[in-house]
Design a protein around this ligand. Structure first.
Ligand SMILES: [Zn+2]
Length: 691
């Protein structure tokens, strides 16, 4: 790959992960992996400074202000991030540089807490404002009211200085985090991936009461600005802050490289024993005048660095290997582990994905294994410790029978990049139905809140659900469901059970009007997800229009669209058509569809059923380009469709008219070359009126 391509690739990846992390609180890779990407980009830009651009993620701090909780506030002192170091050599190099530039500097090594960075402002000893880091340089979000809900944020301090600004890290202890997630699960709400995500989500909430419930804490790690008092060293500020009622992170005073490395190692080894997550150690120059002298770049101070630990790995034992059945009947092996604390949460299971993975690791029941969290979220087995293998252990082979219904399991002939899979061959397997309903009710499909695994399992064992459509007939059994406490906790009061039952039944009623795209996704047809659902909804007026087509007919329809030069059904191919036909041709599918429709579930597309006023434009194919003077493109399309015309995206010899507005580009050119009639918006309007 050439340098330019690699740079572009790295920048795109980093921007993508910035978005996931800072804006959506949903990171997909670990901080360590992220830092490695950023690092590679920085190194390349250093090597090829001419290829550096102002928009590169190395040139700004990343986080965008979100404004969910409050208005943007201007920073007095920039909230910079730190330059990361990944090895002892890199740390030592920095220390030597400091020792060369300064006279006998001393250093402080601290925990780098994995939380959300904030600044607190005090006037005359009173807490007056708190803000997030935001872009780090100019603006952050005002989160004063939320910060007031944190017990460890002192609202008043005894020494009434005219002004004081401190910086700290808001975090959630691992214990609190587990309790919050348990509660989320009970409420049927989304759980958080890790304490930091939970903290980031919480600190921006609009309701300070929720913040109070979530039990956040804060550790103050830097004095940003002060009026009315002089300090000479960082340690002095920390000690003074403690006297004012602030909590500060544990710190080590060091002078030599040896001492610094020992402190880093010690912090690393204590990771499992401290109540919060740390993602590194911070090494700072202690003397404040020295800091001034060393200065900062636009992005990072030069007087401090962060050492990043590699992902935490632990040894534990494989107690058992269970085989679960997924919604498509796929058998997935799951390692049941002796519970172990890892990056803040207890890990007791790890997916082994498939037989290939088991074979590759040669993992067996009774083995001692090395586990870690991929992306700091998903536990995975890295390797087996061969020396600790018990005698007469045997290789694990996924059984050739479904563990739930006992039907034969068959190895898939199709293999994909995730390896070969083994499936239960029984289409009425209860395990498959349970997973299917979970999927049907999930956020991306019909979004039925409260219809989770536990409730589904109870509904199935009590005989209320035998297929998908049964969900919409549950309301006929409301009283029975309440009596049997299907939706309640075993010991809840009857009034609570009534409430949760009605809540679920209402959520089910509500889901009837979901889009056709969601319904298609909800069916859980192999290879047919959200994307295909959308493309299908764009083309077919209702579900029934798809059920009538054979594989060959699907292909013919697609071919005809391609020949017409439309974008219809774009992205769908033989595999998807085959899956659709397999699904729609099953007699039980037809029955389920009939009953879903009878229950009032929406089966129609909202895209292709706009009301037709007349057929004056029938047979004409339009393409729109440029900016029209009066109508938006959407409005113009609707207008054309309402008169029976078709609108497509690209110009071909089958295009009847091109409606061109301002700044029309290549489409206009192409239409002219093909001799397509060009219309203005006024021409189009006139055409409709003269009919
Ligand atoms: Zn089965």
């Amino acid at each position: 790959m050439d340098i330019q391509d690699r740079l572009r690739d790295l920048r795109n990846q980093i921007e993508y992960h910035n978005k996931k992390y800072f804006e959506q609180n949903a990171p997909e890779i670990s901080d360590y992996e992220y830092d490695t990407l950023l690092r590679e980009l920085e190194d390349l830009e250093r090597e090829y400074p001419e290829l550096r651009t102002p928009a590169s993620p190395t040139q700004h701090v990343g986080e965008a202000t979100q404004g969910a909780a409050g208005k943007a506030v201007k920073h007095d002192v920039p909230m910079l991030s730190l330059e990361d170091k990944f090895s002892r050599d890199e740390v030592a190099e920095w220390i030597y540089k400091m020792q060369k530039d300064l006279d006998d500097p001393s250093f402080v090594v601290e925990h780098k807490i994995d939380g959300v960075s904030v600044a607190l402002r005090y006037r005359e000893g009173k807490f007056v404002q708190g803000m997030t880091r935001g872009d780090g340089i100019n603006y952050g979000d005002d989160i004063t009211e939320n910060l007031k809900m944190i017990d460890t944020v002192p609202l008043k301090i005894s020494v009434k200085l005219p002004y004081l600004e401190v910086r700290g890290e808001v975090y959630m202890s691992n214990e609190v985090f587990e309790a919050v997630n348990e509660r989320q699960e009970e409420l049927g709400e989304k759980t958080f991936a890790n304490p930091r995500n939970c903290t980031a989500g919480t600190i921006r909430m609009l309701d300070p009461n929720v913040v109070a419930e979530r039990n956040l804490s804060i550790l103050i790690f830097n004095l940003q600005a002060v009026q009315g008092k002089d300090f000479t060293s960082h340690v002095e500020t920390l000690e003074w802050l403690v006297k004012q009622g602030f909590q500060v992170p544990k710190f080590y005073k060091c002078t030599t490289e040896q001492q610094i490395w020992e402190a880093i190692t010690q912090i690393g080894e204590s990771r499992g024993d401290i109540p919060y997550n740390i993602d590194g150690a911070v090494i700072k120059v202690d003397d404040l005048n020295d800091r001034e002298r060393i200065g900062a770049t636009s992005k990072v101070p030069k007087w401090a660095i962060a050492y990043k630990y590699p992902p935490e790995e632990k040894h534990t034992k494989v107690l058992n290997i269970e085989v679960n059945v997924g919604r498509t009947g796929r058998l997935t092996p799951l390692a049941i582990l002796q519970p172990v604390k890892l990056a803040g949460t207890t890990v007791a299971r790890a997916s082994l994905h498939n037989q290939d993975q088991i074979d590759r690791l040669d993992v067996r029941i009774g083995d001692t294994v090395v586990v870690r969290k991929a992306a700091e979220i998903i536990p995975e087995i890295v390797s087996v410790v061969p020396a600790a293998r018990p005698e007469n252990s045997e290789p694990f082979i996924i059984p050739d029978k479904c563990p739930v219904c006992g039907a034969p399991a068959a190895r898939e002939t199709l293999t994909n990049r995730t390896g070969s899979s083994i499936r239960c061959t029984n289409s009425t397997c209860p395990a498959q139905l349970a997973r299917l309903i979970e999927h049907f009710a999930s956020r991306n499909a019909m979004d039925i809140e409260g219809l989770g695994p536990a409730v589904i399992s109870k509904l199935m064992t009590n005989g209320y659900i035998k297929d998908l459509a049964d969900i919409y007939y549950l309301k006929n059994y409301r009283d029975e469901l309440i009596d049997k406490a299907i939706m309640g906790k075993p010991h809840s009061k009857k009034s609570d059970t009534k409430k949760s039952t009605d809540k679920l039944l209402n959520a089910i009623e509500d889901s009837k009007k979901r889009s056709m795209e969601r319904l298609i996704n909800g069916f859980g047809i192999p290879n047919v997800g959200k994307f295909s659902g959308r493309v299908l909804e764009d083309y077919f007026p209702d579900i029934w229009a798809m059920t009538k087509l054979s594989f060959t007919e699907f292909k013919e329809v697609k071919k005809a669209e391609e020949e017409k030069g439309t974008e219809n059904l774009k992205g769908l191919g033989d595999i998807i058509f085959k899956s659709l036909v397999d699904f729609f041709q099953r007699p039980e599918t037809n029955e389920v569809l009939q009953r879903l429709e009878a229950a009032g579930v929406n089966m129609k597309s909202t895209k292709t059923t706009s009301e037709v006023l007349d057929t004056s434009l029938q047979g004409a194919t339009f393409v729109l380009t440029g900016t029209l003077p009066m109508l938006t493109r959407e409005e113009a399309s609707q207008l054309i469709q309402a008169h029976g015309g078709r609108v497509t995206d690209s110009v071909s010899k089958n295009t009847t008219y091109l409606v061109a507005g301002d700044k029309a580009g290549s489409k206009l050119q192409k239409a002219q070359n093909l001799g397509v009639t060009i219309l203005t918006e006024a021409d189009l309007q006139a055409m409709l009126q003269s009919e």
